[in-house]
Design a protein. Structure first.
Length: 275
């Protein structure tokens, strides 16, 4: 493992048995480094290996080939795609108490942190609320609050906004962005490519293999303006609306000085054309 990396996968493969007796290879000889301080967005079609990667990083999925190396004493927390699969307690209070068990907090300190953790993700409810009374989206927000409460070194989020409405999605992006700015390394797995706006790097999977690993601008726009097909398009994914708009303008002969990913970047690039 590189001295600058937190987690390293080396020729990592995961195989699942199938009804036919053959093995389905969910990951195939994947080599990947996760570097401190980066925000890695993991993309790819359904069944490409994204959720399997999350399980490997979180230690819930064992490799059948290759190896994973983690930095000693590394705190990795995560949120799974299905919120019902994650809780081990009956209330948010129990979830948070378990996550913070090694902090030796007083009852008063724990209560304060529990309230703050829920409010941080936009949940104004008692920590003693039964989890089975919450919606799927609320349960996911509890899972995210629990993962963030420990200020982990690495935060792995597998489709964390899949069950959330637009306002809740924005709230989650804000709090994860804040954690990232405070030093947490983020691995954000998503099919919503508009959520790649904060990424410092995109890793795209296809049929269990890494099909792209590089800068978001290169993933969405290609190496050069003359590229007929971008890496995103080759994998069969639809780029975000901002990128689609910029690519359409480029095909119309309008030379944007930048390769925008966010709405703000697109507005600035278009305004320069009018000067």
């Amino acid at each position: 493992m590189s001295s600058s990396s937190f987690v390293a996968l080396h020729e990592a493969s995961v195989k699942y048995p199938t009804g036919s007796g053959a093995a389905h290879k969910a990951l195939s000889k994947v080599t990947l480094l996760i570097v401190p301080g980066e925000w890695v967005t993991v993309a790819g079609p359904n069944g490409s290996g994204k959720s399997t990667l999350a399980g490997v990083l979180l230690g819930t999925c064992r490799l059948t080939e290759g190896r994973i190396v983690r930095k000693e004493h590394l705190d990795i927390r995560g949120v799974l795609q299905h919120p019902e699969a994650q809780p081990i307690g009956d209330t948010p209070a129990e979830e948070l108490a378990f996550a913070l068990n090694d902090r030796h907090l007083s009852k008063e300190e724990l209560n304060r942190i529990q309230q703050q953790a829920l409010l941080r993700v936009g949940l104004d409810l008692s920590p003693e609320t039964p989890l089975n009374s919450l919606s799927g989206g609320q349960k996911q927000l509890v899972n995210i609050a629990t993962a963030l409460a420990t200020a982990p070194d690495v935060l792995v989020l597998d489709e964390p906004t899949a069950m959330l409405d637009p306002a809740a999605r924005e709230q989650v992006l804000r709090v994860v962005r804040q954690a990232h700015l405070q030093g947490t390394t983020v691995v954000w797995i998503t099919h919503r490519l508009e959520e790649a706006v904060h990424a410092s790097r995109i890793v795209a999977f296809q049929k269990g293999e890494v099909a792209f690993d590089g800068a978001p601008e290169t993933f969405f726009y290609g190496e050069a303006a003359s590229d007929s097909e971008t890496p995103c398009e080759r994998i069969g994914l639809d780029p975000p609306f901002v990128v689609q708009t910029a690519l359409h303008l480029r095909k119309k002969g309008l030379d944007l000085a930048a390769r925008p990913i966010s709405c703000d970047d697109l507005a600035k690039a278009v305004s320069r054309l009018c000067l």
